[in-house]
Design a protein around this ligand. Structure first.
Ligand code: HEC
Length: 151
């Protein structure tokens, strides 16, 4: 199912700029070793699910996320996966705007998010090289552009 959603994501015009066409390596990283598509998948680059990436951990005021609605302890710190469309234009990032730039977002994921008792299993330190971090930022920036209807 995930694979089908991913194929859909790639075939549907996203309004990608030229960078994407030449940045196969960035896309491979996003889908492969960096594991972003574990959550950012499908036409809108979101699985529409809730995950704990640890953004809330140690923040004041404390926002426990989805657990407040469901009462299920495992939902502590979970927030909905946002779309990555137009991400180059929507800083600051995360539900609380606590991350200022896309470079810092990539650093956040490189350290595996913020460790906490309910952190999602799909997050772990990535040990990305400087070039790989740049490649991921290039990919994220490529998701911003003018959407055309294919004509
Ligand atoms: C385990 C699921 C998961 C994985 C894996 C994941 N993300 Fe996310 N991502 C989320 C969630 C959930 C949020 C929102 C968190 C919040 O607001 O507290 C988010 C937020 C973001 C944002 C900020 C969006 C905004 O509008 O504020 C960016 C950018 C982003 N992720 C990029 C990435 C990249 C790049 C990767 C791979 C290195 C990645 N994500 C891997 C779940 C995930």
């Amino acid at each position: 199912m995930r694979v089908i959603m991913l194929l859909l994501a790639l075939q549907i015009p996203l309004g990608l700029d030229r960078t994407t066409v030449t940045s196969g390596a960035s896309l491979r990283l996003f889908r492969g070793r960096a594991n972003c598509t574990a959550c950012h998948v499908g036409p809108n680059l979101t699985d529409e699910e809730f995950h704990n990436t640890g953004v809330f951990w140690g923040q004041e005021p404390y926002d426990a996320g989805r657990v407040v609605v469901t009462g299920v302890p495992e939902d502590t710190g979970k927030f909905k996966t946002p779309t990555l469309r137009e991400i180059g234009r929507t800083a600051p990032y995360m539900h609380d705007g606590s991350i200022a730039t896309l470079e810092e977002v990539v650093d956040f994921y490189d350290r595996g998010g913020n460790e906490n008792p309910f952190r999602d299993r799909d997050l772990r330190p990535l040990k990305l090289t400087t070039n790989e971090k740049t490649a991921l930022v290039v990919f994220l920036r490529s998701l911003t552009g003018t959407v055309t209807d294919g004509r």
